[in-house]
Design a protein around this ligand. Structure first.
Ligand code: C5P
Length: 297
């Protein structure tokens, strides 16, 4: 089962709701950085995670603390007979930056939902899978759907949108973790009078339908960027450098600290990546949109 990273092309954020979550008006795009997950029969439950060399020495969740453990518990509690015990051997090969703002954990959750549903022959209907995904995290329903999609609510209500482009990205992962809750909390202190309604995604939706990279570059918007850059000013410098090297537009991905750069073409993305490699250990290129969690066949 293969599952993709996401970029938020538009991330409008509103003042926090009573439940503490922020209302979002967002546009997600799945891009070609993947985690691969396999689930096979076993007598007990285990999750093994291997990380690609480019991810470096990242801290991974310990046993019992992985989002995949929560997937298994939720499937068991909601879709299996009472008293059932999850058993499987799950192996994850990660290439999506860990805790980087590209929803790698959500990608693993989506892949695990589909893989375990099949392994245990639960035949959960798609709308029920989306419902379970939303309980696991705001970005997990999108990881199931993939492509390019509009997200509302806290990000979990997703609808596919028209996208006439094939977009070229440079991705600069970062291990200096900015946690998502910390970035949202900092955004609250920077913008205490933010309106309840997030900025609408229409400019990005129009640019996607045009297929024009210049139009999309002009429309990209991430409200969390101000908070991420305030916590990590070096990210602002990296974005400026990528743009000076020829990217149409650079921005923080989601809550960061990974930064992404939209380029005019795959060739232009390779040139920008080469230039940024002079001072960064890991610089990747990717394209989008790509499919959501799916079987490798
Ligand atoms: O839903 P998820 O588990 O990905 O959210 C992680 C954290 O990010 C939440 O606990 C919350 O602090 C913050 N968050 C938020 N508003 C959202 C999504 C996430 O405040 N719409």
């Amino acid at each position: 089962m293969r599952s993709a990273a996401k970029i938020n092309l538009h991330l409008g954020v509103g003042a926090p709701r009573d439940d503490g979550f922020h209302p979002l008006d967002t546009v997600y795009q799945a891009v070609s950085l993947y985690d691969d997950l396999t689930a096979s029969r076993a007598d007990d439950w285990s999750v093994t995670t291997r990380t690609a060399v480019h991810l470096g020495d990242v801290a991974l969740p310990g046993p019992g603390d992985n989002i995949v453990d929560r997937v298994a518990e939720l499937l068991c509690a909601t879709r299996c007979d009472e008293g059932c015990r999850p058993t499987a051997r799950v192996e994850i090969d990660k290439t999506i930056p860990v805790a980087g703002g590209m929803a790698g954990g959500s990608a693993d959750a989506a892949a695990a939902l589909v893989a375990l549903d099949r392994l245990w022959d639960l035949r959960t209907p798609d709308d029920a899978l989306l419902d379970l995904a939303a309980q696991l995290g705001s970005d997990v329903p999108f990881a199931l759907v993939g492509g390019t999609a509009h997200g509302l609510g806290r990000g979990e209500v997703v609808t596919a949108v028209e996208d006439h482009g094939s977009w070229a990205w440079v991705v600069v992962p970062d291990t200096g973790g900015l946690s998502t809750p910390a970035v949202y909390r900092h955004w609250d202190t920077l913008f205490p009078d933010a309106p309840a309604t997030p900025a609408p995604a229409q400019p990005v939706l129009t640019a996607l339908a045009s297929g024009d990279p210049m139009a999309l570059a002009a429309a990209l918007r991430n409200d969390l960027e101000a908070a991420a850059v305030d916590l990590r000013p070096d990210l602002g410098e990296l974005i400026a450098r990528g743009e000076a090297e020829g990217a149409l537009r650079g921005m923080v991905s989601g809550s960061g600290p990974t930064c992404v750069f939209l380029c005019e073409s795959p060739e232009a993305a390779r040139d920008v990546a080469t230039a940024l490699s002079a001072t960064r250990d890991v610089v990747l290129t990717a394209h989008g949109p790509v499919a959501g969690a799916h079987l490798l066949g």
